[in-house]
Write a protein that binds this ligand. Sequence first.
Ligand code: NOJ
Length: 589
Amino acid sequence: MQSNAQKPRPWWQTAVFYQIYPRSFADGNGDGTGDLAGMIDHLDYLQDLGVDAIWLSPHYPSPMFDCGYDVADYTAVAAEYGTLDDFKRFLEEVHQRGMYLILDLVLNHTSHQHAWFVESRASKSNPKRDWYVWRAGKNGAPPNNWLSTFGGPAWEFDPTTGEYYYHFFFKEQPDLNWRNPAVKQAMFEAIRFWLDLGVDGFRLDAISTLFEDPDLQDNQSPYTQADLYRLGQQAKIEQDQARIITAFRSMLGRQYDQPGIHELMRELRQLCDSYEDRVLVGETEEISYYGDGTNELHLVFNFPLMETRRLTPTWVINNQRERLATLPEAAWPCNTLGNHDSPRVYSRFADGQHDDQNARLALALLLSLRGTPFLYNGEETGMRDYLFPDLERFKDRLSLWAYQMERQVMGASHEQAVIRAAEYGRDKCRTPLQWADAPNAGFSPADVEPWLPVNPDFSEGINVEAQRHDPGSLWNFYRTMLHLRKKLPALMHGEFKLIGAKQNGDQQPDILAFLRQSAQPQQSCLVVMNFSDKPCGNPILDMTPLAAEFKTSQARVLFANTQHREDALNLSLFELAPFEILILELQQA
Ligand code: NOJ
């Protein structure tokens, strides 16, 4: 047992988070864009669904070149979402329901319209000049070969002073110079502003990109951006994709994870810990951002889980073995299947035949792995990626960049390029939430055009209202699982132990079984899942670890997604139905 077992467990280890993408969640004032009024109106909905905590994507004033990730004022609220008073009310209503709220904190860059940058670019002698990364060019070219992760060079020439500024993302997102102590001081003040208001923590955007190589040495990469785009589009299998991601990272190698970052994370942690019970979640998968497990970030995401194209027991086993083994002892895992930058989980795992079953397996896995789960708004109804083929309506400028690459690098026709750009961009997973089978899916009034097109499949049952009334719906599955998890300490915070399960056939191992065990209160749950469309007799192959610990092979059925399950079963003799998900309770010897 861990030495800190006596300490009360922090709320963020047992909570289930739900990401609200503010433009698309709920349109309270009927202007076509989500807002704080809509969020307040739907807090009962979230509570009833079983959500414990909310991660709110940026709600700050912004010219929206990157949908709010280009912040123009860190201590205010975007007018399209409401006022600071509306925000305070939202926070109060969240807390009144016993829920928590974390904000998105964009530290790496500001909007080019932020007052700091407006000053910084005004003259070389401006006191804010050094708040951003400015350099002279070399013989009419940018200072080095660095690239923007969103395409094109990372340096933008600014005619006012004849120098270049650095931007890891879009050129409308100039990078702050975190080596300047004044930047840190200003940002820490903004952080205190929200912590003083009572927010429960932050999700830290693009946290690994805060520092660049101070010597500005060139990146070494055999590839150009066009090469990598082409290879990425041609990648057929997951291994190809993984190789391309590695090549992409090395192309940007001197632009992230640079010296200074961990010291800064420790300072940030100290700031956060000077308030009670707050949490920092990093947008990175790098375990090093946990520090020693107590002194940097509280959580970093298990992004491989969000990025894999197929969930199979073998994949999950490898992922868990690798991550749990490398985690510092005091660190706590964090799992997610989707967010506003990734394909929707339903679409990602859809195979055209077992889409619904796959979505259920994915959720059951997310909620039963060890770690804090993060959900993304809309996935509870199985919202799909919506690939609207309309260049004019694209909002994500990544799609526009992909359109150009398709035309110039891939030689695609206009029609093909639009479709592929829709696939490449992120609008597909950001379309308005589908609340009902009503005009605009009940998101906005009938006579208002929502900011992004609504997926017409809302009329085919993919909406909250319809699914709420259908006991067999995905929405009710989410709700049932979320409420069940709250009752099971083993699932919320137990240890994780793999159990030898039957892995059918030559091609595809099918069964995943693992134990979750909590000490206080003591509970042992066995999770068994069949990832195939075939039944499986006696799925537990290796009873040894179970037999050693439990006095009987009888298990109590806490949850089964199939009908006709008895209340108990014999672990050494039972059959799993196709796609069956079982959560069982075992009695300690
Ligand atoms: C990561 C955010 O999730 C993404 O949406 C954004 O475009 C970049 N960081 C830049 O802030």
